[in-house]
Design a protein around this ligand. Structure first.
Ligand code: FES
Length: 163
């Protein structure tokens, strides 16, 4: 169950939106931040807050790839596999991270620290190849810089995002 303060804040955002559906992704993302992923309980809460059926919320949740309907690691690493990134090494980047983390794309490391996911265009094609770690974007990545970034993430040292 979400805290009353968060519930009030979400209700205010919904009230400020033109339609409840317009606020749905924002609400789901906040609930995801609270729970770590969009649990069944979170989905039910989103349904009640937005006045949409659980099925409608489920449909929206499965459409947006940044909404997770399954547990994820403490950090989620998205590697763009759309055309601009793919053309300049996105696939190699994903392969290098998969090897570094010893998991296949779509999986989570055994220590629950990182989930590795391919994703659609991050809207930053000019900086291809791109990746996103949690909610921060990184561009012009190489297998080496990406590996350094993920190693720093797992050891608790930070790197500067581009956005
Ligand atoms: S194709 Fe990768 S950011 Fe657009």
């Amino acid at each position: 169950m979400i805290p009353e303060l968060l519930k009030t804040s979400l209700a205010q955002r919904i009230a400020a939106a033109i339609t409840n559906r317009e606020a749905a992704v924002d609400v789901m993302k906040e609930l995801q931040r609270h729970y770590g992923w969009l649990t069944d309980e979170a989905l039910e809460e989103a349904s009640q807050l937005l006045g949409l059926s659980p099925l409608q919320i489920e449909e929206l949740a499965t459409f947006y790839e940044m909404i997770y309907r399954r547990p994820v690691g403490r950090h989620v690493v998205h590697v763009c596999d759309s055309i601009s990134c793919w053309a300049v090494g996105g696939e190699t980047l994903l392969g290098a991270l998969s090897q570094l983390l010893e998991i296949r794309p779509g999986s989570t490391t055994a220590d629950d620290s990182v989930t590795l996911l391919p994703c659609s265009c991050l809207g930053n094609c000019g900086e291809a190849p791109c990746m996103m770690v949690d909610e921060k974007q990184y561009g012009r990545m190489t297998p080496e810089s990406a590996s350094q970034l993920i190693t720093a993430l797992r050891t608790g040292t930070s790197q500067k995002p581009i956005k």
